[in-house]
Design a protein around this ligand. Structure first.
Ligand SMILES: CC(C)(COP(=O)(O)OP(=O)(O)OC[C@H]1O[C@@H](n2cnc3c(N)ncnc32)[C@H](O)[C@@H]1OP(=O)(O)O)[C@@H](O)C(=O)NCCC(=O)NCCS
Length: 192
């Protein structure tokens, strides 16, 4: 089977640039251009896919609408440091350049570690994780599904974050987050 990308927005094109190759890119039929192919024409017997859409909820929706038999591929950039054998990375995930995963870490399916993302020891991350450039999770954390960490944000050690949380850029999470929503600032507080 060959590999293909779903998406052709900024993140998808960054994924291609980090992979250093041009893969077929399938997009919503309404947005097809000369560079892309209609999603309705995707043959899941021919292609394994990665959904390269930065927003976790959009990514989840696309995955949920793919045929059940769809196969996904993951990619780890050659400069990323996966420092131990006891690190698990789920299907359809992207581990970008200069990311560092230390030891005893589990990352769910369809994760995006954009570039220069660090995850510390004994941390569990759910499905549909999105971490923007430079965001860092300390050790012993438990991160839910569909969590988005903005650029340069950080999470203190031993923190739990529930599902469906967005953390703003340059923000710092120092207390557990038990309610879905958007958090920003240092210390990160719920906004809107
Ligand atoms: C947190 C975030 C999601 C909020 O976006 P939003 O819901 O559109 O909210 P707004 O921009 O309307 O801001 C709401 C309030 O929060 C403040 N705010 C927004 N982001 C903030 C941040 N990162 N840190 C501190 N305060 C922030 C705004 O100043 C505003 O305050 P005000 O009500 O006093 O004027 C967004 O600002 C953010 O940080 N996104 C991440 C961006 C990123 O990392 N991109 C990566 C691209 S590769």
């Amino acid at each position: 089977m060959k590999n293909a990308i779903i998406g052709y927005g900024g993140h998808a094109r960054e994924v291609l640039s980090q992979m250093g190759k041009k893969l077929p890119c399938f997009v919503d039929d309404n947005y097809v251009s000369e560079e892309t192919l209609p999603l309705s024409s995707l043959d899941v017997k021919k292609y394994k896919v990665m959904v390269a859409i930065a927003n976790p909820i959009y990514r989840l929706n696309v995955v949920n609408n793919l045929p059940k038999e769809t196969k996904f591929f993951s990619f780890v950039h050659p400069t990323a440091l996966i420092l131990d054998k006891n690190i698990k990375i789920g299907k359809g995930s992207f581990i970008g350049a200069f990311s560092v995963l230390t030891t005893n870490i589990k990352i769910g399916n369809h994760a995006i570690l954009n570039r220069s993302n660090h995850i510390g020891h004994d941390t569990i991350v759910g499905d549909y994780f999105s971490s923007m450039p430079g965001s860092i999770i300390s050790g012993n954390c438990n991160i839910g599904d569909s969590v988005y960490l903005g650029t340069n944000s950080s999470v203190r050690e031993k923190i739990t974050i529930c599902d469906n949380v967005t953390v703003g850029l340059n923000s710092g999470v120092v207390k557990n987050i038990n309610k879905s929503g958007t958090y920003a600032g240092l210390p990160a507080k719920k906004i809107n």
